[in-house]
Design a protein around this ligand. Structure first.
Ligand code: FNR
Length: 193
């Protein structure tokens, strides 16, 4: 069951399967900077088979686990790279699983936010627009502002999640505070059952 409404359980998705993912490094920084009322649990996506409607009558255990994890979360956070100006396939596959079977969309009314890092200057901006369009169709309650496009440079983060640049740290801390406030606001009118 979702938690009481002073603390919030956040299920987070890392859109990369890379063992050296810069987005996973970013996630560690976000958890360090987030308000203490947010508790983070990863929702893994790497073990899911490819979605097919053939599974709708009998979901495999990995997909049930995915849907159960979202159900147990008060909110979801996507920390993802941009692949070819869009969403990494593994992440899209996970979202497709969670959105089905028809009528059992796991994202319906769930508070959500999107953030990502790239070595490129525009820091996943285009990929995030793709993801936002998908989450919009899935009826997730997205935080629309602030947006966060992180230009990843070597040395910006330590492996343990410290941010070495003060202005980046302040920006990410503000992003997570805004996410907390967004979650609180959405759940006030749309409590998770
Ligand atoms: C990329 N990369 C990339 N970067 C970007 O800014 N825009 C893009 O469209 C793409 N496209 C893309 C496609 C594919 C298949 C790969 C493997 C990579 C580069 C990407 O930002 C870089 O590899 C990041 O390190 C990926 O994030 P993770 O996996 O390290 O978290």
């Amino acid at each position: 069951m979702p938690s009481d409404q002073t603390h919030y359980k956040v299920g987070y998705f890392i859109g990369s399967l890379s063992s050296t993912s810069i987005n996973r490094v970013l996630s560690r920084a976000l958890f360090t900077l987030a308000p203490p009322e947010l508790e983070f649990t990863e929702i893994p996506i790497g073990n899911l088979p490819l979605y097919s409607p053939d599974f709708d009558s009998d979901y495999p255990p990995e997909a049930r686990t995915l849907k159960d994890a979202i159900k147990a979360s008060d909110a979801v956070l996507f920390i993802t790279p941009e692949y070819n100006r869009s969403i990494p396939g593994a992440l899209k596959n996970a979202i497709d699983w969670a959105s089905r079977p028809w009528g059992q969309n796991s994202f319906d009314h769930v508070p959500a936010a999107v953030i990502g890092a790239s070595p490129g200057q525009i820091g996943t901006a285009v990929g995030q627009q793709s993801l936002r369009a998908v989450l919009s169709f899935c009826n997730a309650r997205q935080m629309t502002a602030p947006e966060a496009y992180v230009h990843f440079r070597p040395g910006l983060f330590t492996d343990t999640g410290e941010v070495t640049d003060d202005s980046t740290a302040a920006f990410l801390r503000d992003f997570m505070q805004e996410f907390h406030d967004h979650v609180e606001r959405v759940l006030t009118v749309l409590p998770r059952s």
